[in-house]
Write a protein that binds this ligand. Structure first.
Ligand code: MG
Length: 202
């Protein structure tokens, strides 16, 4: 199982981190030990002083494929969940400055909390809304229609490089409103009005 993450897929978020809006999808990987499931708490790691949340729609691949054409991409997934692309922003900025890979900032243990449940696309509106609340205050509110690269485009692009396998997860990028996590924060993530994740930072 692999976790593929898209960076800079929402214009407002690219702007808030002073990044150019990309012309091709930007992606990176998280390793399997990054997964954090069942609403278990996330422990702030000692190697960073600036850990950020990024709420993202997560697509689960249900069929093996490579070189998938965009018009057939919708045959390779039928449900979405939520995940948080936890990022050590200080380490990422350092890596960016030096032109180094981002994995140190993105792929550490437990850096990918995901919802237990995935919801059938058939049960969701076409323009999917997702939100993050921290300590009862809404900090992110995204719509899938605002993605720069649609899920189908992402699948088509990634599958030129990687064979997609059943159970692979694609984090599809975060809308604006990212920020720092602190000990004691209580996170609640919603798909539409449905509570999908509810966990604490320690
Ligand atoms: Mg992200």
């Amino acid at each position: 199982m692999k976790i593929i993450c898209i960076g800079r897929n929402y214009t407002e978020h690219a702007k808030e981190l002073n990044n150019a809006v990309p012309t091709k999808p930007v992606f990176f990987l998280k390793v399997d030990t990054a997964l954090l499931t069942k609403n278990k708490p996330f422990y702030l790691p000692s190697f960073s002083t600036d850990i950020h949340y990024e709420l993202e729609l997560v697509v689960k691949i249900n069929r093996v494929g490579k070189h998938i054409e965009e018009r057939f991409a919708n045959r390779y997934y039928d449900e979405v969940g939520l995940g948080i692309d936890i990022t050590a922003r200080d380490l990422q900025n350092e890596a960016k400055k030096k032109g180094l890979p981002w994995e140190i900032a993105k792929s550490f243990d437990n850096s990918a909390p995901i919802s237990n449940e995935f919801v059938k696309l058939a049960d969701l509106p076409k323009n999917i809304n997702f939100k993050l609340e921290i300590d009862e205050k809404q900090v992110q509110n995204g719509y899938s229609d605002d993605m720069i690269f649609s899920i189908d485009k992402i699948i088509s692009y990634i599958s030129q490089f990687y064979t997609l396998k059943i159970g692979d997860l694609i984090f599809t990028g975060t809308p604006s409103g990212v920020g720092q996590l602190k000990v004691g924060n209580k996170l609640k993530a919603y798909l539409g009005d449905k509570l999908m994740m509810n966990f604490e930072i320690r």
